[in-house]
Design a protein around this ligand. Structure first.
Ligand SMILES: Cc1ncc(COP(=O)(O)O)c(C=O)c1O
Length: 419
């Protein structure tokens, strides 16, 4: 018989295999100091481009005060128990009411975390005769939610409406054959890696022709898109056709927790059937009160979203003018596509951090195909023009070095911290 532990330590996986050289630097880095456009990395100030603090709320003095006051008043314990049993409060219900109003839906339900919340929602919504049709580049939480689904699923090529319709036809044919079940379509408002919006309008238009319900994960659109910040559905003019709207609080709200908004009867069904909430302690009060404050600011301070977009446009236009490939983004998420191996990428990122004081996330194989490198930049309302100009100049210089082969190294640069 194999010993499970022995097998695990023989192969740490495609990311884990780099840990000896990477831990504490490329992986598990520690950004210290106040959350903002500039933070400390290994004791040195860097311009930070990897936090989803879109509206710059994380460290706003009013937010810090609301968080501190709520923590002093309630502590992390209150309320004890799951919502259904003993963990409910007027504040939880107030936040749900305000989120529903903001998203132009009848009702909303709070979730402790986005990841397990949407997984569990998929589990609650779908019976074994139902068929899920979903985008190939859906976030891991959707993919893991589908692992809980005992019925069929059909994946369509990313944002390919023609293929989407083909998969809808397959799903419809299967349901007709089974003579049972329905179709749930799942996609995202904004795909967080490439920054392209899901084709929600086109998907919704097919509701005239096919029968399905639509669940949208709008983690990156909430607070950043649409006239009021209600997200990708509002931006594309199809919020009404989105049956269930999901977002986490982990991005624009710079907090913890998530929610799903939709028709009252269905939210009520979820409330009484979602296992991740029924069998888990409810969100602690400081999170709920802190999220109420964040939502109030998100709604009443449109200048935050305006500043975010001003910075995003400055960054994206600057990159394009300098000849960088930023793909199909139509959100503030800004990918920069380059070519190179994992060791080269590590050398370039080390140069950027050590000599240009710029901290950004880098995506390499196996997350993307071999030979490709993506810098993933997240502009926020807190960045300054100077941050952007400095970064653009550094990118031009390091790209020249990349093209000239200066980062050609044999192996990943050893930057791990001593452990
Ligand atoms: C698209 C998307 N959905 C869901 C989640 C998970 O949300 P949470 O961090 O609240 O678990 C994330 C990441 O945070 C995300 O990017």
């Amino acid at each position: 018989m194999a010993d499970i532990f022995e097998r695990l330590i023989k192969n740490y996986g495609p990311l884990g295999e780099h840990r000896i050289k990477a831990h504490g630097y490329y992986t598990f880095p520690k950004l210290e100091g106040e959350i903002g456009n500039r933070m400390l990395f290994r004791g040195k100030e860097v311009i930070v481009w990897s936090l989803n603090n879109y509206l710059g709320l994380a460290n706003h003095p009013d937010i810090r005060k609301a968080d501190a006051d709520a923590s002093a008043e309630f502590g992390l314990a209150y309320p004890m128990g799951a919502r259904m049993m003993s963990g409910n409060s007027n504040h939880h219900e107030q936040l749900e009411k305000e989120l529903a109003e903001f998203e132009m839906k009848e009702d909303a339900i709070l979730l402790n975390y986005g990841y397990q919340g949407i997984m569990s929602a998929i589990d609650a919504l779908c019976g074994r005769h139902d068929v899920v049709v979903y985008d190939a580049e859906s976030h891991a939480c959707i993919i893991d939610g589908l692992r809980l689904h005992a019925g069929h699923r059909y994946v369509y090529r990313h944002n390919d409406v023609e293929d989407f319709e083909k998969q809808l036809q397959r799903a419809t044919a299967l349901i007709e054959k089974q003579n049972r079940g329905g179709i749930l379509v799942i996609t995202e408002g904004v795909f967080g890696m490439a920054g392209d919006q899901g084709k929600l309008k086109e998907i919704c238009a097919l509701k005239d022709k096919y029968e399905f319900r639509l669940l949208v994960d709008d983690a990156h659109g909430f607070g950043t898109l649409g006239k009021t910040g209600a997200g990708a559905g509002e931006e594309q003019g199809c919020q009404d056709e989105i049956d269930l709207y999901f977002s986490t609080f982990a991005k624009s709200m710079a907090s913890i927790g998530a929610f799903i908004a939709g028709p009252r009867a269905i939210i009520e069904f979820i409330r009484y059937n979602i296992r991740s909430q029924i069998f888990a302690k409810s969100l602690p009060m400081p999170y709920v009160v802190g999220n109420l404050k964040r939502l109030e600011m998100l709604r009443s301070m449109p200048e935050l979203k305006e500043r975010l977009w001003k910075n995003a446009s400055h960054l994206q236009n600057g990159l394009k003018e300098r000849g960088f490939d930023i793909g199909q983004t139509d959100s503030v998420v800004t990918p920069v596509y380059m070519k190179g191996g994992v060791p080269e990428a590590s050398a370039m990122v080390t140069d950027l951090r050590e000599n240009y004081s710029i901290f950004c996330s880098i995506v390499v194989y196996p997350v993307i195909p071999k030979g490709h490198i993506i810098y993933r930049l997240i502009p926020t309302a807190a960045h300054t023009d100077e941050d952007i100009t400095t970064t653009l100049n550094a990118f031009s210089e390091t790209k020249e070095k990349l093209d000239a082969g200066i980062y050609n190294v044999e192996d990943v640069v050893h930057m791990a911290e001593a452990r």
